[in-house]
Design a protein around this ligand. Sequence first.
Ligand code: XLS
Ligand code: CA
Ligand code: CA
Length: 440
Amino acid sequence: MAKAYFPEVSKTIAYEGPQSKNPLAYKWYNPDQVVAGKTMKEHFRFAIAYWHTYKANGTDMFGPAAWNRPWNTGNAIKIAQNALDANFEFVQKLGLEYYCFHDRDIAPEGNTIAESRKNLQAIIELARKKQDETGIKLLWGTANLFSNPRYTHGAGTNPDFNVFAYAAAQLKDAIDATAYLGGENYVFWGGREGYETLLNTRYKQETSQLAALLRLAVEYKKKIGFKGQFLIEPKPKEPTKHQYDFDSATVIAFLKSHGLDKDFKLNIEANHATLAGHTFEHELTVAAADGKLGSIDANAGDVLLGWDTDQFPVDIYSTTKAMLVVLENGGIAPGGFNFDAKCRRGSFDTLDLFYAHIGGIDAFARGLLVADKLIKDKALASIVDERYATWKDDLAKKVLSKKATLEEVAEYAEEKGEPARKSGRQELLEIIVNDYLLAQ
Ligand code: XLS
Ligand code: CA
Ligand code: CA
């Protein structure tokens, strides 16, 4: 029996229902409860983010590492092995099924591409054994193409082809590792794929390079028969001033203009939506409208702070609105809900990791229940349907199916005269959502 890194929790976190006062229990997340035809477990496919949960150490711009994690003992390889044990123990104790990693979180980078590959292969060999023993699976893998100083000016978008090639080699190994572990998705987040100033940047050249890297990855994926879904994660800024994968709309347009749209879906992160000046549900809605809602990074930003705080999601208004989109989309599998979130610097106990994840899981479970009820009762839809009712008219349908002419529509308008104005009923809809939330 491997060493227990989380002795403060002796058994799997259980569902105890909304009346429970136990902070180490789920109040809303009941994995086997069926909601809208699927169990909660199937709806969410919750995943733990390796980088925040095992690698974050509370460091910020004003102070060094502030957390002592019990797995950080020994040399880099030993720490990686310990963290792997911690991961499987933690995911099991939360009663979850998935985890996500960057290549450099799960295994240390070596001095050469070959050495890094060797480190990665040694760890994923162990990870595969652990997956087989526990039934825990990999939701997605990704390559960290942004931390090493070689990527200061970008990876795929670097002005130096040699850096592009280095990134391509690292990407290939990360895809191989993800495929070896049966990863259900592979994420591309453009860490430093952006610019600081246009004075030194060829925008068209750099975005073409990014498309070229993605195309190489798609071809490779097909060649090795990797079945996971490729996902792009939009983010508007940070670390660069302007990131090329700005938001859902920008990424969809980019994929279409480079003929890559059939091969990618989107991984939407709540905090990145806030940074782009959008709501979480906006980003989900834009992705879903194009059939591109692939997966979710479940976290939250702080509207008073302009950076990526990656907090745990606790706002049930936001989770309810998100779950409305997810349910209308028919779910997001093979994607899932990855807690790309970290505890605040002051929450340094490993116990805080449990509270944080339980809070986030319950916030989404509650959002699912409220969203499901709103949909079943047509509480919002009855008003929204009415709002769009005239689009059911024959001529309106002809317009949408591209069969009408401008003259026909103009003639219709002249006959009908001034349209009656109708209220959008925003405040009424807000009351309804509140009533449903409070009734839960
Ligand atoms: C950073 C991103 C990153 C991706 C994976 O802001 O959220 O963590 O999810 O590379
Ligand atoms: Ca993310
Ligand atoms: Ca983030």
